[in-house]
Write a protein that binds this ligand. Structure first.
Ligand SMILES: Cc1ncc(COP(=O)(O)O)c(C=O)c1O
Length: 481
């Protein structure tokens, strides 16, 4: 419905009808039954939710259950008391952490709280260039001086890869005043860095390592998945439980490792500083339920199913010469439940369109060369079989009849030209200019496509011709005056 129609509609008897566009949108989606989902949230329309919690949700409607902390005898989030405290302690035990903190506003708020806790103004911080935009927000909040470390570039797939431990060592040698190393593992597409080697290097230089493990919250519950950085020497880790763990959107956990040197009281203070004072008990309960499910026998079975499904997909597609599925190889390991797939002759965006329009399948995201599909704990084998059949059909068919105008390029693998820190740029005067006129100017904003929220530009970086293909959808860019 356009903006004209979005105005309150007067009916014949002069009564003002209600119109709520978001409500209308979710109604439409619920009525249509939606699509077959290989994306976040990992509970996949409820199939991956603890049965006990599902019963509660179906017996009492959301409005009956909705409340905030302090009421309903659930305790408080900040400081943590009562059942919320107990739930956080159980999470710490399940994940093997010293302490765990439930996050509303996702892993994003965990990253910001970690930045405020560990970084002092002008501290040099070594950060993987493929980090999520919330870490840049943390850099602005804490006045950090980020030193970017470039992960491996897997040009074939147009994605960022693992961080080379030797590159970390080199940077620490060139910049002995670096105070913190912060990397993302797994990457959005599932590539895992050698955290043990990186944490050993950090220990040698006596600085903490933070790992953004937003996409790895299942790992602690299956020996077939990579080992969590919590057990490999990282000081703290964030997990977006909503992405793959089965909790509701925007609910996450921050874990502090057992031998971490992080000042936990300061971290608690900063989490409180950033959090809402009205946490939703439904979101908190969903994290608690997800933790309980993941560590139960039934929950573990769902994880094993997701891994088996991943093996099935790779096996089924392996003889199709024009289909490529990102998998373990001599250079890196991946989380098998993440399927990054490319088909020769197709862009990721085109594949996404075909999957949606022809097969009613929705995937997680695309790059220039392929797309990411998540095999969630909530996906059943029939869905996975249908997904494979669909990919096979695309691989042997000619889809030229589907009109698709490819204009945008996606994840840039560029080396930034840094003119000042993000915070310096953040506080300078800015203006909006056309995309063409922005070349040669300094960005005043974070420009990041979501998903995955990895940025094209950070405040303080020079905009060059090389950025143009990635910025086509922006008519105007905010630059420093
Ligand atoms: C690597 C990474 N870290 C952090 C985040 C932020 O997580 P959330 O959406 O839970 O705030 C994301 C989101 O996509 C991410 O991909």
């Amino acid at each position: 419905m356009g903006s004209e129609k979005a105005k309150k509609i007067k009916s014949g008897n002069n009564r003002t009808e209600t119109y709520a566009p978001i409500l209308e949108a979710i109604k439409r989606s619920a009525i249509s039954g939606g699509s077959i989902q290989f994306h976040i949230p990992g509970h996949t329309k409820g199939s991956g939710i603890l049965p006990d919690f599902k019963v509660l949700l179906s017996k009492y409607d959301a409005a009956t259950l909705d409340s905030t902390d302090e009421f309903e005898s659930i305790g408080t989030l900040h400081p943590s008391t009562g059942p919320i405290k107990e739930a956080q302690e159980l999470a710490a035990k399940a994940f093997g952490a010293k302490e765990s903190f439930f996050l509303l506003n996702g892993s994003s708020i965990g990253n910001m709280a970690l930045a405020l806790t560990l970084i002092k103004p002008n501290d040099k911080v070594l950060i993987g260039r493929n980090c999520h935009r919330s870490i840049v927000t943390g850099m602005i909040m804490s006045s950090a001086n980020p030193i970017w470390i470039t992960p491996k570039k897997h040009e074939k797939y147009s994605i960022w890869g693992e961080i080379d431990p030797q590159a970390v060592k080199n940077e620490l040698e060139i910049n002995p005043d670096i105070k913190l190393v912060w990397i993302t593992s797994p990457t959005y597409e599932g590539i895992v860095s050698d955290i043990k080697a990186i944490s050993d290097i950090c220990k040698y230089y006596n600085i903490p390592l933070i790992v953004d493990e937003a996409h790895g919250c299942l790992w602690n519950f299956s020996p077939k998945l990579p080992t969590s950085a919590l057990h490999l020497g990282a000081s703290a880790v964030v997990h977006s439980m909503h992405k793959t763990g089965g909790s509701f959107s925007q609910s996450s956990i921050l874990h502090v490792a057992k031998d971490s040197i992080i000042d936990i009281e300061r971290l608690k203070h900063n989490l409180r500083l950033l959090h809402t004072t009205s946490p939703s008990i439904l979101l908190l309960a969903s994290i608690d339920a997800a933790r309980a499910y993941l560590e139960s026998d039934d929950g573990k079975k769902l994880i094993e199913n997701a891994i088996d499904n991943a093996i099935y997909v790779r096996n089924e597609l392996k003889d199709y010469q024009n289909v490529h599925v990102l998998s373990n190889n001599k250079d890196f390991k991946i989380d098998p439940t993440k399927l990054f797939i490319s088909i020769d002759g197709f862009t990721g965006a085109r594949l996404e369109t075909i999957l949606k329009t022809e097969f009613n399948i929705e995937i997680e995201s695309t790059t220039d060369y392929g797309f990411l599909a998540l095999l969630n704990i909530g996906n059943n084998f029939d869905e996975v079989k249908y997904f494979v059949q669909s990919i096979k059909k695309i691989a042997i068919s000619n889809y030229h009849d589907i009109s698709y105008m490819e204009k945008l390029k996606f994840m840039p693998l560029l080396t930034p030209i840094i003119k000042m820190t993000p915070r310096e740029a953040f506080y300078m005067e800015s203006e909006k200019v056309s995309l063409e006129d922005s070349i040669g100017r300094i960005s005043s904003q974070i420009i990041a496509e979501c998903p995955p929220g990895i940025f094209i530009l950070v405040p303080g970086e020079l905009i060059t011709d090389a950025h143009l293909p990635y910025l086509r959808k922006y008519k105007e860019i905010s630059v420093l005056k």
